[in-house]
Ligand binder design. Structure first.
Ligand SMILES: Nc1ncnc2c1ncn2[C@@H]1O[C@H](COP(=O)(O)OP(=O)(O)OP(=O)(O)O)[C@@H](O)[C@H]1O
Ligand SMILES: O=P(O)(O)OC[C@H]1O[C@H](OP(=O)(O)OP(=O)(O)O)[C@H](O)[C@@H]1O
Ligand SMILES: O=C(O)c1cccnc1
Ligand SMILES: [Mg+2]
Length: 550
């Protein structure tokens, strides 16, 4: 059994260093039609044909005007390991229609991605509709066979990173964001990808322990309601003792908590009868388990018990961390909690109480955060699951993979819908910047054209609307493509996940705020050179059939 097969059998992700990949990512993770087309190409003697494909999306997700490109490293690992195993070939022999010639399976068995060249925008960069994020060239059959797998590796990764980046933008940079979505994700693989790419997009950590281990992402968490409801009275506490942090003397934490509870009940104007004994017992026991990391889930009535236990810990030399609120009005309750902590800080001379962390969770989405910001809140950290990982607002990014050139000849796909007409030919992409460092426009050109130059006027044309054009004098020109894979090798030093995460924020800073706002953002301009414009439209005319009226 080879490594890849082991990867699949032994759990979906293998943990064997940098080049390891999710074991399900393999050549058969594709649509059947790629392999049947490969056979038909092979039968029609197209094994020596070379092709160029563009991988791009037509619309930004979430009613936004930008997309974060993610998933590149996984695409490169896929190319690196691309090879049909003996068992893959056996399976295909049984599965493809009868009559497939034996030599085709031999041909498949020897295929690798050695003759493929992959160009891409850097992972973590902002990307825009119709500008290919990946351009791939090589033998037609093999580049065709890569389509579905590359799309599945890029689509969700980019959607997720974009979603996370949007949450980061609305939350602001000082609020912590934790991904809590594994239980709601699209299966185990979706859950791992969600944790990874939400970190890329700007989250601070995840509750997903395996993602922490595999991707070196900070893992964080509180506790569930079950922990509170598992206790119904203080009589159930089997231990109440905890070592004083400094003196090492064992003391009764419950006794300290009950004493403070009495005093707090006056200060906070909450009667001790209103707060549950089971909850107090649960908090005491959790504090004994984690005296230096005490973070408790509080419902509406839980602030009294939490404060009592936190003060009890303080008597014994420990500082609690904070609370999580998971129901009710999160704006109101967070303000009430902060007010309570401030009162306690003052009355008990514990200034650090002012700084206790307030985590909020419960069906949070971009709009909830915007609304909470508008109302005013005291939340330091959001725990976000369902809406984030399922990308509920838009569950798919529509990246496509289109043939643009074959044997040096351009190809155009026509459609009644102008948006769907492809940009033919082998192209380069440039980002032109203004003097203040903002990205102005992305420009596609034929590869044969010289790149735009700083300080020189470039005519930028709308790809389909003749009258829409503008001169741009760039202060900086960025060539967007790098060769990432050539001659069987990854040709760039790959950034760490941390570096990709930083790249996202750096790249977003180059975008003007009006492109990033949540409501009616201004579309970012994507243009073609005059030369490419004429080329597209000549080819369009050549390929469009002429109708007849009678
Ligand atoms: N101040 C607020 N402004 C806007 N939305 C809020 C505010 N507070 C809470 N929400 C959101 O309102 C929704 C409340 O949901 P729901 O009524 O199901 O929860 P709940 O009854 O408070 O709690 P539980 O999940 O325990 O039933 C959640 O999506 C939450 O994120
Ligand atoms: O709401 P999400 O954004 O998905 O965040 C994760 C949620 O998962 C947990 O509870 P769960 O939803 O399992 O149960 P509950 O709603 O009954 O608390 C947790 O308390 C959060 O509320
Ligand atoms: O750690 C938490 O608080 C957590 C983890 C997953 C889902 N909800 C909450
Ligand atoms: Mg819930």
């Amino acid at each position: 059994m080879n490594d890849r097969e082991l990867g699949c059998a032994g759990g979906q992700f293998m943990d064997r260093g940098r080049m390891n990949q999710n074991g399900v990512v393999q050549p058969l993770l594709t649509d059947l039609y790629q392999i049947t087309m490969a056979y038909a190409y092979w039968k029609s003697d197209k094994t020596d044909d070379t092709a160029v494909f563009d991988l791009f999306f037509r619309n930004n997700p979430f009613h936004g005007e930008f997309t974060i490109f993610a998933g590149l490293e996984e695409c490169l690992k896929f190319l690196d390991s691309f090879h049909y195993s003996q068992s893959d070939i056996e399976y295909l022999k049984q599965t493809l229609p009868e009559g497939i010639e034996h030599e085709f399976f031999e041909y498949l068995g020897n295929l690798t991605a050695r003759d493929v060249t992959l160009y891409a925008i850097d992972e973590g960069t902002v990307a825009f509709p119709r500008v290919p994020i990946i351009k791939i060239e090589g033998p037609l059959i093999i580049v065709q066979l890569l389509e579905t797998t590359l799309l599945t590796l890029v689509n969700y990764a980019s959607l997720m990173a974009t979603n996370a980046a949007r949450y980061r933008m609305v939350a602001g940079k000082h609020v912590k964001l934790l991904e809590f979505g594994l239980r709601r994700a699209q299966g185990p693989d979706g859950g791992l990808s969600a944790s990874k790419y939400s970190y890329t997009g700007g989250f601070d950590g995840t509750s997903n322990v395996l993602a922490g281990k595999l991707f070196n992402i900070p893992v964080k968490g509180t506790h569930a309601h079950a922990y509170i409801t598992s206790f119904s009275s203080i009589g159930e506490l089997k231990t109440r003792l905890i070592k004083h942090k400094q003196t090492g003397i064992m003391e009764d934490l419950l006794e300290h908590a009950i004493k403070h509870r009495g005093l707090l009940s006056h200060l906070l104007d909450v009667s001790t009868e209103e707060s549950s004994e089971g909850e107090l017992a649960a908090m005491v026991s959790y504090a004994i388990a984690f005296p230096d990391g005490f973070m408790a889930l509080v419902d509406t009535s839980g602030l009294l018990n939490f404060s009592a236990v936190a003060l009890a810990l303080n008597d014994l030399g420990y500082h609690a961390l904070g609370i999580r609120i998971d129901s009710g009005d999160l704006a109101y309750l967070s303000c009430l909690a902060r007010e309570t902590f401030e009162k306690v800080a003052e009355r008990f001379k514990v200034p650090w109480f002012n700084k206790l962390t307030i985590v909020a969770s419960n069906d949070i989405n971009e709009d909830t955060i915007l609304s909470l910001n508008e109302q005013g809140h005291k939340i330091d950290c959001f725990g976000i699951g369902t809406h984030l990982v399922t990308c509920q607002r838009q569950p798919a990014l529509g990246c496509v993979y289109k043939l643009v050139e074959i044997n040096g000849q351009p190809r155009i796909k026509l459609s009644q819908d102008v948006e769907k007409v492809t940009m033919p030919g082998n192209k380069n992409a440039y980002r032109l910047y203004s003097a203040d460092g903002h990205a102005l426009i992305d420009l596609l050109q034929k590869v044969s054209e010289p790149p735009p130059a700083v300080g020189q006027k470039v005519l930028c044309r709308h790809p389909f609307q003749e009258s829409k054009r503008a001169y741009v004098i760039p202060s900086h020109v960025e060539s967007l493509y790098k060769v990432y894979w050539k001659a069987g090798k990854i040709c760039q030093q790959l950034p760490t996940l941390e570096q990709v995460r930083e790249k996202v924020q750096i790249s977003l800073k180059t975008l003007r705020n009006d492109h990033k706002r949540t409501l009616n953002p201004t579309p970012y301009k994507v243009a073609v050179s005059d030369n490419l414009y004429n080329f597209i439209h000549d080819l369009w005319l050549q390929n469009a059939p002429i109708g007849e009226l009678s």
